[in-house]
Design a protein. Sequence first.
Length: 301
Amino acid sequence: MAKMKKKDLGKGIRALLSGVEDKDTGTQKKIVKELSSTVAMVPIKFIEANPFQPRNEFSSSELEELTESIKIHGIIQPITLRRLSDDAYQIISGERRWRASQKAGLEEIPAYIRVANDQAMLEMALIENIQRQDLNPIEIAISLNRLMDECQLTHEGLSERVSKQRSTVTNYLRLLKLPPQVQQSVRNQKISMGHARSIAGLKKVDQQLQLLNDILKKSLSVRATEEWVRKFEKGKGSKKSVSSSTKKEQGNQVKMLEDKLLQRFGTKVNIREKNTGHGQIVIHFDDREHLNQLLEYLKVI
């Protein structure tokens, strides 16, 4: 079987566009050739990555799988580009397909062409990427935060712009306040967003990292993680209650001892105990004669 030539690669979209003839490779122009009212074939060398791209990590194994698929079937779903000039285009969405097409040896790929200024470009890129299924929660959170900051949106406005509930948007944004170790675990898919949401419910970093460690070591489910947080919060309340009741009980014991010493010495006695366990016993006397009586009673003199 003859090997597929480079010029035959990427014809997936062409097969879907009836009445479209192949280009004459001998007279290939350096400008985009329109194939329909919405789709164009764009030389890969004219395309550049989007500086606003929220995603900065691409799975090498998934990229290889996509590359092999493109070699066999071509590109079915066009990428979306912003036109900079006749021979310069910037990716709005579809960078993974563009990268895989390069690895597959394609010379051109199908694309939708849009005209947008930088602000609109950013907004389109962020919104389109937020809707992707293969972004991890941290990438989505970063995109949402950037969209909110650069477009000056409130949580409510942001939720409307990306068609997500406000509570969902808030939960994503809370992830960015977590320690780097937790965020990296979400990126690496070691823990889910559900785990991270429970971790965010703890106020102190050391508590959050302790829970992260337990999740990783014990393979805790999201439900088990939620229970961990509930028990932790309940435990704090119990400790506070026990500490308060214990302190009161100790105070009563000290008062009883002071009363017994008062009866023994016939004078006021104070017991002062510190948290460290150290303390003092103070015996009061009225004059030198009273002091001598106490000392004789104690057999000090």
